[in-house]
Design a protein around this ligand. Structure first.
Ligand SMILES: Cc1cc2nc3c(=O)[nH]c(=O)nc-3n(C[C@H](O)[C@H](O)[C@H](O)COP(=O)(O)OP(=O)(O)OC[C@H]3O[C@@H](n4cnc5c(N)ncnc54)[C@H](O)[C@@H]3O)c2cc1C
Length: 522
């Protein structure tokens, strides 16, 4: 057995998109990371197809969105069609959302993973152990010992363990190892099952001829849900060169009924013939809804599907995992640097469990309405939607607890706008980079203690109309509408807190210090 003497700051188990993004965020902050992934290579097929405006900000911070090129497009529309195939609901999605990007984006996941991998492979502070499966974990008071075992690929979709082992030590381990997380099991963390389990056939096609793709996309729209009680199904473009179809399996149908490509082409026949596109893969998934009871067991943390799985009706599974990564990374950064005690890591469950649970519930409600197999319920839904009684889209939940001040804006998602600051113009994130951000409508007068807090947490200040020009008026509009003079935004874009009068800023900063730093008397 090999023993890696170095103690890493974090071992990330699982190199799917959430593991990759978490590793990228932690490495960017200068931490030493080991990654264990049981497969020798990246998984070459897409699962997620949609990410939202908030996730766009995280991807921007890693500088990868632009690198996706044609493999990401803005989602302009999301249509629902009723039992007769006619439009019952048209959701225009091309408006600017809080984060300074349009609401949704449709992307080709393998390009995102390849882009992140190309950077991580070159990152000096990251050791990638691909082809190594995490098989055991031991928690010690100051670190965790993980045993990895080398794997050998036997064929597509099959691996075996070789018996060769190595031991890796890290201050923290994050299980980003997917829905059947070994880390979760080894840490003894149970799951809450929210009771949804339905099989869907997923088929991804690629187009060699851009004209064929554009013709079809123009006809079908960016994303369409057929709420047909005879067989609910949906289709969405996946960047510029791919499209996805998903079909619900009906009672009595079995996954093996759709194992061969001919069966899938029969399902695609209303839109496509075999010569027009490549069937890149087809697979039957069981969509389910589960949540880990906690995301922290001492030095072991969970992120992504390891912590929550949900049906993809609102395209939020991966988005939720990326939110976990954004949440975990800034807290781990403060703990690893010694600025904060590791008790702040308890807030990960406090904040993310509730948010994930509400996201799953929204997804389940959407699924119930769009996927009913009852023709009468479907007819009633179609009538109601046509007469304008469709329920409005449910907003994504904010943070109801955790590290936040006690005020009405705290826990909501921060707004991003175009600014000019220090001679640079652009969206605030690209001008400022990563970290806490204090946005004020007046020049703040900081006491010595305030300045120490600002320095300790690397808080950047945007004094609108003073040090900062608010180019599109969005930040000023946000503060004015909220009736506040100042708002403090966390590195994961959620509002820590706000004050109505700039004179109360010291109290807000004192609360941040109190929540994130061990008190001097303890
Ligand atoms: C059909 C479908 C459509 C979807 N659409 C969307 C969408 O539009 N938008 C959205 O946000 N989400 C969507 N999702 C959900 C999304 O795909 C998942 O939430 C996301 O892929 C989870 O990423 P992850 O990194 O947490 O887990 P995974 O992608 O499962 O990665 C986990 C990794 O851990 C590795 N691993 C497992 N065990 C070990 C071990 N013991 N040792 C080492 N490595 C290990 C695995 O090999 C794998 O590489 C969809 C899902 C499906 C199935």
């Amino acid at each position: 057995m090999r023993f890696d003497e170095a103690t890493y700051d974090v071992l990330v188990a699982g190199y799917g998109p959430v593991g990759q993004i978490l590793t990228s965020l932690l490495a960017r902050d200068g931490h030493r990371i080991a990654v264990a992934e049981r497969w020798p290579d990246l998984y070459p097929r897409p699962r997620a197809a949609h990410f939202d405006h908030e996730i766009h900000r995280t991807l921007d911070r890693l500088g990868v969105t632009a690198a996706l090129g044609d493999d990401v497009v803005e989602m302009r529309s999301y249509d629902w069609r009723g039992a007769d195939g006619e439009l019952i609901l048209e959701i225009k999605a091309d408006t600017l959302a809080a984060s300074g990007h349009v609401i949704g984006h449709l992307f080709y996941q393998p390009t995102l993973e390849r882009t992140l991998h190309a950077r991580l492979r070159e990152a000096e502070q990251v050791d990638l152990f691909q082809g190594w499966e995490l098989v055991a974990l031991e928690q010690e008071p100051d670190y965790v010992t993980a045993t990895l075992e080398r794997t050998r690929q036997l064929g597509e979709g099959r691996l075996e363990r070789t018996g060769e082992q190595r031991v890796v030590r890290a201050r923290y381990v994050v299980g980003a190892d997917g829905a059947n997380s070994r880390v979760r099991t080894l840490a003894g963390i149970g799951e809450d099952d929210l009771g949804f389990a339905v099989h869907w056939l997923v088929a991804d096609v690629g187009f060699d001829d851009p004209a064929t793709a554009e013709r079809l996309f123009a006809k079908l729209g960016d994303s369409t849900q057929w709420c047909d009680p005879r067989r609910p199904h949906m289709s969405a473009r996946v960047g510029k060169h791919h499209r996805r179809w998903e079909f619900m399996l009906l009672p009595g149908e079995r996954p093996e009924d759709f194992a061969d490509a001919d069966a899938v082409w029969r399902m695609l026949a209303p839109w496509l013939e075999p010569g027009e596109a490549r069937l890149e893969r087809h697979v039957v998934y069981q969509f389910s809804s589960r949540l880990a009871e906690t995301m922290r067991e001492r030095r072991i943390l969970l992120a992504g599907d390891a912590a929550h799985v949900m049906p993809p009706f609102i395209g939020q599974g991966l988005c939720s995992g990326i939110r976990d990564a954004a949440n975990l990374s800034w807290k781990l950064d403060l703990v690893l640097k010694g600025t904060s005690p590791d008790t702040i890591l308890d807030s990960i469950t406090e904040e993310r469990y509730g948010q994930n649970r509400r996201t799953i519930e929204v997804s389940l409600r959407m699924g119930q309405v769009s996927c009913t197999l009852d023709p009468e319920a479907a007819a009633e839904r179609d009538r109601a939607f046509r007469s304008g009684q469709a329920p409005p889209p449910e907003p994504m939940p904010g943070l109801s607890g955790g590290i936040r001040h006690d005020d009405p804006l705290a826990g909501s998602l921060g707004v991003q706008g175009l600014i000019e600051h220090d001679g640079r113009q652009g969206l605030a994130d690209s001008v400022l980079g990563n970290g806490f951000c204090l946005i004020t409508r007046a020049e703040p007068h900081l006491s010595t203690t305030d300045r120490e807090t600002v320095a300790a947490f690397g808080i950047r200040t945007l004094a609108l109309g003073h040090s900062t020009v608010d180019l599109d008026g969005r930040l000023t509009g946000w503060l004015v509408e909220s009736g506040v003079d100042a708002v403090l935004v966390r590195p994961d874009f959620y509002v820590f807190g706000s004050v109505r009068r700039i004179e109360d800023l010291s109290a807000l900063l004192a609360d941040l210090r109190q929540q994130l730093v061990v008190s001097e008397d303890s």
